[in-house]
Design a protein around this ligand. Structure first.
Ligand code: FES
Length: 119
């Protein structure tokens, strides 16, 4: 993934609320971190079988709100959407950079067996 310069929405640091992990909130300290990198460093386990290269779709996140606060879809995400492997309301955590607040959930296909999800 090529990182472009990103502009924060509302000049506040991005924040992710994970609805199906008891509404866990994660605040970003750097404005250009991918969602996957931030979740991992915040000790939130998320599948990422290809190591964050945008090749596997195991790091899916369903976006409930704030889709306008995320970086543009990468070619990898566009390709997976074209192939039907990624739904319109899903993003790859390894490819997207949150630029403002958003609410997400981890779809069943990407859930870790040792974590308890609300849905
Ligand atoms: S970790 Fe494989 S696509 Fe994100």
């Amino acid at each position: 993934m090529i990182l472009k310069s990103f502009q924060l929405i509302d000049k506040k640091m991005p924040e992710i609320n994970i609805k199906n992990l008891d509404n866990k909130r994660i605040e970003f300290t750097l404005p250009c971190e991918t969602a996957l990198l931030k979740l991992i460093t915040a000790h939130v386990d998320l599948l990422h079988s290809c190591g964050g290269k945008g090749r596997c779709t195991t790091c899916k996140l369903k976006v409930w709100s704030g889709s306008e606060n995320i970086s543009e879809e990468t070619h990898s995400e566009q390709n997976f959407k074209r192939l039907g492997a990624l739904k319109a309301d899903e993003r790859l955590a390894c490819q997207c950079v949150p630029l403002g607040s958003l609410e997400v959930s981890v779809p069943k296909s990407s859930q870790m067996p040792h974590l308890s999800y609300n849905f």
